[in-house]
Design a protein around this ligand. Sequence first.
Ligand SMILES: [Zn+2]
Length: 174
Amino acid sequence: MVDWCVSSSCFVAAGGIGYSVVRSGESAMPDLVTHLCAAQVIRRLLRLRLFPLFALGAVLPDLLSRPAHILFPGTAPFVVAFHSPVVLLLCCLLASLLFARPIRRACLGYLAAGSALHLALDVMQKQICPVYYYWLFPFSRWTWDADLFWPEQALLLLPVTIAVTALVTVLTRD
Ligand SMILES: [Zn+2]
């Protein structure tokens, strides 16, 4: 089943969207476009300033884990740690050190907030693949998801998601 998960991720990555699977019984996530649309909507509604960092945070968990997962399927149980809040926060902290001290804290905040948004979307959908998200890693391998929708449903809704994002963008224009 893990192999199926990986091959599906490859299929989507090859499509350039970064989508991961879509049949019941597989590990999956909302696609990167959906993650970016959610980030854009929140950016416009909350008037966030450092959107590039917020958007980067919104796809960071998948950027940190999916390439290794796709290229080296055996690493899946290990890279899944990059989908856990503690590890992500450490990654954001390290990334924020690349910025000048006066804006470092803000950069950390935007990256961490974007990552939190990503995890919030991921936790809403169903997961059946053996490789779960460990929300309390490294303290526990406890996992949970809200079981609200299947990944393919997010894909089918993508045109609506993009339309709503465009509408919000237009309506909140300065
Ligand atoms: Zn994800």
